[in-house]
Each structure stands twice: as C-alpha cells, then as structure tokens.
Design a protein around this ligand. Structure first.
Ligand SMILES: [Zn+2]
Length: 109
C-alpha cells in the first residue's frame, strides 16, 4: 500500500482474508438508498460514498454489507490478513457472486 491507509476507490478495491478463511472484498460504493452501517449503526445517506464489504465464503455463497468508509477502515480491515489492492473491475458484484458459487479450493486466484 502506498499511503499506509488503504481504502477502496474508483480504480481499486481491496481483498483480504478473514480469520475464518473467507474472502472479504472492500469496494467503493455510492448509496442509492439509505443504509445502516453495521459498525456504528448510523445511517449512510443516499448518494454518499461508502464501502461495500462483500464476503465470499470459503464453502460458497456471498454476503455483503454497507459500511461508512471510516468504520470499515477501523473495524473491518484491521482484522483481515493478506490485504491487497485489486483492480475495481475485478470486484463487480456479479463476478463475486459467481465466485461464491465455487468452493474456495476450486477457485482460480
Ligand atoms: Zn459507521
């Protein structure tokens, strides 16, 4: 990471691995409706830039939540291992959901 404070933006998403061995993808999002951040339980206003955290489970399946950027930086990223930047184009929801249909051992890196 260049700046020591990784955050997803338009060009880059982040990918890490949770303690349970699931993939966690952090993607920049712009909210189209009101979301409630799981970190602070505060609202994410419509139109706000925020961080979508999408898990691709080791045994298959995906799950995503909408976080304030700051909350994701403080509460999600520090618990991940092997955090690296990946081009945002590789982290579309459609691609990740397709990835979730394959068990981890058979996924391509
Ligand atoms: Zn929050």
């Amino acid at each position: 990471m260049d700046d020591g404070r990784p955050a997803p933006d338009k060009r880059w998403s982040l990918r890490g691995v949770t303690e349970e061995g699931d993939e966690a993808w952090l993607i920049r999002g712009v909210s189209r409706k009101l979301y409630r951040c799981p970190g602070c339980h505060g609202e994410i206003e419509i139109g706000a830039e925020h961080t979508v955290v999408q898990y691709v489970h080791r045994l298959g399946g995906t799950e995503h939540h909408h976080w304030h950027r700051r909350c994701a930086e403080e509460l999600v990223i520090p618990d991940l291992r092997q955090v690296r930047r990946v081009p945002a184009s590789e982290s579309s929801q459609r691609r990740l959901e397709a990835r979730g249909r394959v068990k981890a051992g058979r996924r391509r890196r």
